[in-house]
Design a protein around this ligand. Structure first.
Ligand code: RB5
Length: 155
């Protein structure tokens, strides 16, 4: 699978470990930065990975900041993105199976690298179940459509 990965300054080390782990598992990884330890703004990297996923440049995304929160909130502003913060494998499994999430986020200040690997592995091994969950995901997409319509009406 082609995976886009992005992070802020708090997650450089964990990102490097995740890239190695993903490559060992046979995945292709595109790194959207940051590659610098200098303090930076997580929305920049959240948006980059989100746009890569929506355009099809990457099939799935992984985002890491201190908590996973800011970077996932930023990614979720991009239409078509369903990013979920997962700090353990059960949530990662459900985020794929029930919510068809397309970006996994977690916090470098929250999870250690071994737990992060379990979360990533569970995420990548779980398929969306569809069925009754498809209707609910469609309702999320409908909210986005209404937002776009309302914006157009205001202009
Ligand atoms: C950076 O200090 C920190 O705020 C960021 O990594 C993240 O945790 C934000 O949600």
């Amino acid at each position: 699978m082609k995976i886009g990965i992005g992070n802020d300054h708090s997650a450089l080390e964990l990102k490097a470990e995740m890239i190695d782990f993903l490559k060992e598992k046979g995945h292709e990884v595109v790194d959207y930065g940051t590659d610098s330890p200098a303090s930076c703004d997580y929305p920049v990297y959240g948006e980059r990975v989100a746009r890569a996923v929506v355009s099809g440049e990457a099939e799935q995304g992984i985002l890491i900041c201190g908590t996973g929160l800011g970077i996932s909130i930023a990614a979720n502003k991009v239409k078509g993105i369903r990013a979920a913060v997962c700090s353990e494998p059960f949530t990662a499994k459900m985020a794929r199976a029930h919510n068809d999430c397309n970006i996994l986020a977690f916090g470098a200040r929250v999870v250690g690298s071994e737990l992060a690997k379990m979360i990533v592995e569970t995420w990548l091994d779980t398929e969306f179940e569809g069925g009754r969950h498809q209707k609910r995901v469609d309702l999320i997409t409908a909210i986005e459509a209404r937002e776009t319509e309302e914006k157009a009406e205001r202009m």
